[in-house]
Design a protein around this ligand. Sequence first.
Ligand code: PAF
Length: 283
Amino acid sequence: MLEVSSIPELRAWTAGQRRAGRRIGFVPTMGFLHEGHLALVDEARRLSDAVVMSIFVNPLQFAPAEDLARYPRDLPRDRALAASRGVALLFTPDVATMYPPGAETVVVPGPAAARWEGAVRPGHFAGVLTVVAKLLNLVQPDVAVFGRKDIQQAALIRRMLRDLDWPVELAVAPTVREPDGLALSSRNSYLDPAARTRALALSRALAAAHAAYVAGERSAAAIERVVCDVIEVSGGLAADYIAVVDPDRLDPLNVVSDDTIVAVAARVGQTRLIDNIILGVGV
Ligand code: PAF
C-alpha cells in the first residue's frame, strides 16, 4: 500500500491507474477503522481494480459543540488495517490541504438534509457533501462505497451525484454489527461497558420493528411505536428521532413496505449513536 498526503501525489497515482485501464474504487473515511470500514473496502475491491481510501477527520461536518477535538484517531493502526485489507492507496491529507486559507465555497444540500440528522446537527450535511465533493474530484473514482449505517448521508450523496450529473457509481454496503447487534461505529469507543449495554436497545428496537413488520404490521405509526416502546423500556437512552421513511427522500410514510427505512438516533450519556434497518431486510 502506498500512502500520500498531497493532492499532486494523489492525482499522479490515480492518473497512472487510469492510463493502465484500471477501475478505481474509493472508500472515504474519518479513520479509526473498524470492520465496518473494512467491509466497504471489500465491496470496493469487488467493484474495482484498485482501491483508494481517504482518512480525513473533516472539521466542516462538526458543529462547534461537537466532538471534533476528541474524535478517535489512530493512524498507525489504520494504516496496518487498510494495508491488510488490500487498499492500494491511502490518502491522508491535513486540514490545510483540504481547506487552504481562503477556501469558502461549499455544497448546499436540498431540503432533505434539514430533517432527521440535519435537524439535530444543523450544517452537518453541508460539511459532508462539501468534503465528499472535493474528495470525489480529487480521486475521480469509478465507484465510491459508503455505509448504510449513515443512511441519510448515503441518500444525500446519491442525490448530489444525480443532481450534479456526476459520473460516479455509488455503492451502499450493509451495516456491520457486533454479535450482540450493536452497529459498528468509531464512536462506540466512547462507551464504557454500562453505556455499551444500554446502547444495545437501539438494535433491539429495530429488531422489534422488523419482527412486527414480518408479523404483518404495515402502519408506520405502529412501527414507530414499537421502536419507541423498546427504547423507553430500556430506560438508558434518550431518542433524538425515530424515522419511518422512504429510502430516497427520507420522507415520513403512513404505510410501510419492504424498502421502508426505520432510522433511529439516540444519546447514551454524552454519546450520540445512530442505527437503521430496511424493513424487508431486518437487522
Ligand atoms: O461517513 C463518514 O465517515 C464521513 O461522513 C465521510 C463520508 C468520510 C465524510 O467526511
